[in-house]
Design a protein. Structure first.
Length: 256
């Protein structure tokens, strides 16, 4: 997400631990993989219908975190279509590590997808969220997130970007840039394969210093069954400040 961090790269690097409580998606060096590892597209609940989503991820944190076990995280989401163009949602975050289970917060959200040509080249929308997270490191953060959604469909290929912006809701408000992107290829009508990329906590004045930022790349597969869809991915951090590896599964379920 594109954030305004009014400081030099050197100062940011030296004070990363102090600034961490004010960042939206926390750096894996200090904290953990996000509870939501998803590139948002234009899928929303049907008007006056409910939708459910379950996401789990298992990751190996860097040794610097001092955890005795891998971390298992879960996100539970309920969505409801309030109009033909938008839905509201509520999420809860859970985790388990070192043999103990935790409730780590949640969020409320609104997604708007304007009417456009579903068979056309461009697909777009926007998602607004208010999050409260108590992360694996114990730091509590409340923030607002704005996620533009832009996708390009070229025959069997689909390119999607989410240039998300997060702003902490505190006296010392700050902002961060955490972009995500996805390239998918349609193997069959029901199965896609592709790659996803996530970059978290990127102060917009140091975008060039990639080695000091957490970046994770995933190989993913998407499958559809009726009105439900599933996303499975295996990810690997590509910088020293990234998680060693992450396995994720997202099930978007519709029972209508």
């Amino acid at each position: 997400m594109i954030y305004s961090a009014d400081m030099s790269l050197l100062r940011y690097s030296l004070n990363i631990l102090k600034l961490a409580p004010y960042l939206l998606c926390l750096s894996s060096t200090v904290f953990a993989a996000p509870f939501e590892i998803k590139v948002h597209d234009e899928l929303i609940a049907e008007y006056q219908e409910s939708a459910f989503e379950v996401e789990t991820n298992l990751f190996q944190a860097p040794a610097s975190q001092g955890l005795k076990s891998n971390v298992f995280q879960t996100r539970l989401e309920y969505g409801y279509g309030i109009t033909e163009k938008s839905e509201i949602g509520a999420n809860i975050y859970l985790s388990n590590y070192n043999g103990v289970s935790y409730v780590n917060g949640g969020k409320i959200s609104h997604m708007y997808v304007p009417t456009h040509d579903e068979e056309g080249l461009w697909h777009y929308g926007v998602k607004n969220e208010i999050n409260y997270i108590k992360n694996v490191g114990g730091t509590e953060t409340t923030f607002y997130e704005l996620t533009p959604i832009l996708a390009l469909q070229l025959q069997d290929w689909r390119f999607t970007i989410n240039p998300s912006v997060d702003v902490t809701l505190s006296k010392n408000s700050s902002a961060t840039f955490s972009p995500s992107a996805k390239v998918a290829y349609e193997l069959t009508h029901a199965v896609d394969v592709g790659m996803e990329y996530y970059g978290d906590n990127l102060p917009n004045k140091s975008l060039y210093n990639i080695t000091q930022q957490p970046h994770t790349a995933y190989l993913v597969m998407d499958a559809k069954y009726g009105k439900s869809s599933f996303n499975f991915g295996v990810g690997k951090g590509v910088t020293a400040n990234s998680d060693n590896w992450v396995i994720k599964l997202i099930a978007s379920l519709s029972f209508n």
